[in-house]
Design a protein around this ligand. Structure first.
Ligand code: SF4
Ligand code: SF4
Length: 75
């Protein structure tokens, strides 16, 4: 099995190239505090692998950097 370049099995992935330095909107929106800003990169990332798939993190991101990877069973 080939190695994946990025974990695709986490509930929410963030495109760091689109994430704006200093923005914390998705972190602020998440009811589970699953997202955080990485201290070194200044970009958002999923630091707790827990998610309700409720969507405001992706909906509020001004650049569309957040992708909620819906499990097939919930679609
Ligand atoms: S979908 Fe909801 S629970 Fe999951 S990371 Fe986004 S805001 Fe948090
Ligand atoms: S809302 Fe978008 S731009 Fe803002 S911190 Fe989250 S991923 Fe980055």
């Amino acid at each position: 099995m080939p190695l994946a370049p990025q974990r695709a099995d986490v509930p929410v992935t963030i495109d760091e190239s689109k994430c704006i330095d200093g923005c914390t909107l998705c972190v602020d929106m998440c009811p589970l505090d699953s997202l955080a800003i990485d201290d070194s990169s200044g970009k958002a990332y999923m630091h707790v692998d827990e998610c309700w798939y409720c969507g405001p993190c992706a909906a509020r991101c001004p650049t569309g950097a957040v992708t909620v990877n819906m499990p097939y069973l919930l679609r």
